[in-house]
Write a protein that binds this ligand. Structure first.
Ligand code: NAD
Length: 330
């Protein structure tokens, strides 16, 4: 059993939502976070009006943490989120990113970081970002991220354009290397803690705890694998991992429960994670995921689903430059 770390400052409950401090920042983020990548049609085409209503429902129901990036839908997600937040900006904690602009388009230089933030502010219709993050750092030159990207982001923080700064990515090794070399306020990692994997808990959490860094867990649904609909074609996991997800979904259907509910409940229960980001673009998913947060799931069911997923548990795929990757398991 791994050691569990509590979020810095503990959680506060208000109107059925829990808010946790993000590391040593003064941001109190909702445990259920709104991942805005689906607003950029990253998983499938979505209805912009429905997306806007989903954002409004989320805010009305107490979700205050929204995460986006210029990369999602090649600026479409930021545009749509900015439109949805018009008039409601002050009600939310807004996170966006810099450094990634396309599938193979990365630029972590100081000049691009500054330009990127100004562009994001424009699209998001605001004059500050609460959390500005270097996006998918494993695709960059890590030394540049340490020596140039992060210091430039701190400069922008001093100017008041960003309140706090963080890093995001997949390989834990690289995230840890950067966080140990230069202070960061938060680390966002994805597909590293959910029913399919737990190394965020065992590998990243002790380091984040030691340095007082806030942890954001993204993709509790393993980017769609742990849903009835399944994963998009571009998903990096091999077929056997996707098939295990399908088997788990079929088992849950037989039991009359939704796999995504079990998966998210499991993530929300980690006490050291400030917020779990779930990708959402419609009102029914917002409601279902809030229901998942507010309800309990039987431990027996979690055990049975975990047994189905056990043969592919802790599978890690390659991501980023060769030297920045975690060793993968096939
Ligand atoms: P996810 O695991 O949250 O899965 C999203 C998919 O699940 C979408 O297709 C969505 O429509 C679907 N979904 C959501 N709720 C559902 C429900 N109740 N029932 C069935 N399907 C449901 O994956 P994600 O969107 O990639 O991750 C969440 C967010 O985390 C992203 O939107 C993004 O903001 C952030 N993120 C950041 C990084 C990074 O910075 N490198 C990487 C991955 C994710």
């Amino acid at each position: 059993m791994s050691q569990r770390y509590a979020a810095q400052g503990g959680g506060r409950v208000r109107n059925g939502m829990e808010y946790r401090k993000l590391g040593r920042t003064d941001l109190e983020v909702s445990v259920v976070g709104f991942g805005a990548s689906p607003l950029g049609d990253v998983f499938r085409r979505t209805d912009p009006l429905e997306g806007q209503l989903a954002v409004h429902r989320a805010i009305d129901e107490g979700i205050n943490f929204f995460d986006v990036s210029p990369y999602y839908g090649l600026t479409l997600a930021e545009e749509r989120l900015g439109a949805a937040l018009d008039g409601r900006r002050k009600e939310v904690i807004l996170a966006t990113k810099c450094g990634r602009y396309g599938l193979d388009d990365f630029d972590f230089s100081a000049g691009r970081v500054t330009q990127s933030l100004d562009e994001s502010l424009n699209r998001l219709r605001t004059d500050y970002i609460d959390l500005f993050q270097a996006h998918d750092v494993e695709f960059g030159d890590v030394q540049q991220v340490i020596d140039e990207t992060i210091p430039e982001m701190r400069r922008l923080q001093e100017q008041g354009k960003a309140r706090f700064i963080g890093i995001t990515g997949y390989p834990l090794k690289t995230l840890i290397r950067i966080a140990e070399a230069v202070p960061v306020d938060s680390i966002l990692t994805y597909c590293r803690y959910n029913l399919m994997i737990n190394d965020m808990d065992t590998v990243l959490m002790p380091v984040a705890h030691k340095h007082g860094i806030g942890v954001i867990n993204a993709s509790g649904l393993h980017m769609g694998i742990l849903t009835d609909q399944g994963s998009p074609d571009w998903h990096p996991a091999p077929q056997k991992v996707r098939d295990a997800g399908k088997q788990a979904a079929a088992f849950c259907r037989q039991q009359g429960v939704d796999l995504s509910r079990i998966a998210l409940r499991y993530c929300f229960d980690h006490p050291g994670v400030a917020s779990t980001l779930v990708g959402m673009s419609n009102r029914s998913h917002v409601t279902e995921n809030l229901d998942a947060f507010r309800s309990q799931v039987s431990l027996e069911l979690v055990k049975r689903v975990s047994a189905i997923l056990a043969p592919v548990f802790n599978y890690v795929w390659p991501s980023g430059r060769q030297e920045n990757q975690d060793s993968s398991r096939s």
